[in-house]
Design a protein around this ligand. Structure first.
Ligand code: FES
Length: 209
């Protein structure tokens, strides 16, 4: 065997040993991580959000880590009475008007998709391929097609449109409405994202369809 061939075989053997060691070692190291207590899990996946700074018709966005440790964003919108009054009129224009195919906790499966009528809480991730959406509060200032008559969310990737209850309009590539995360009100202007409401808050009687 010539020198070049011997050198090549030696390097290949070393590389395989290192790779094999990593395959064995990485799961071993991760199994050494201390097991999270339930409280630690809740602390990591919960976020307390002050919504007192959201004006009527406005939106606030907060980062959130879900159960798969993926960082995402939660959109919180304070809807006006006028905006709420439009939601019913949009039903014929929506793909899943009653959110039967969409992902949400049972306590928000109502006409407003929310615990409280005025406050919408949804995951800001397009249900087509996951792009982050743009909030479009003033319909008259942008160029949505006619069927999207109300303000909401617009996907910059392939044009999916969602209303202010996170419901997807017909004609959008997105198939379902925006996901609603577990959440509840700790106080009038304080929301905990990532934890279901105590029994007293659920289900909403105010927004029930
Ligand atoms: S990712 Fe939003 S429309 Fe495709």
């Amino acid at each position: 065997m010539d020198d070049a061939k011997r050198k090549f075989l030696k390097q290949t053997a070393i590389a395989m040993t290192v790779a094999g060691g990593a395959v064995v070692t990485i799961p071993f190291i991760s199994s050494m991580r201390p097991v999270q207590t339930e409280q630690e899990y809740l602390d990591e996946h919960n976020a307390l959000v002050d919504i007192s700074d959201i004006p009527p018709g406005g939106m606030k966005e907060v980062p959130w880590t879900n159960e798969w440790h993926l960082i995402g964003f939660i959109a919180i919108v304070r809807r006006t009475e006028q905006e709420l009054s439009y939601l019913d009129q949009l039903l014929p224009d929506l793909k899943d008007p009653y959110s039967k195919e969409s992902e949400q906790p049972p306590y928000v499966q109502n006409a407003y998709r929310s615990l409280r009528k005025d406050i919408f809480v949804g995951v800001n991730r397009c249900t087509h391929l996951g792009c982050k959406l743009l909030f479009k509060p003033h319909l008259e200032k942008h160029d949505w097609p006619d069927y999207a008559r109300l303000a909401g969310f617009d996907c910059p990737c392939h044009g999916s449109l969602f209303d202010l209850a996170g419901r997807v309009y017909k004609g959008s590539p997105g198939r379902t409405n925006l996901t609603i995360p577990p959440h509840h009100f700790v106080a009038d202007n304080l929301i905990r994202i990532g934890a279901h409401p105590p029994a007293a808050q659920s289900p909403s009687s105010e927004g029930k369809a």
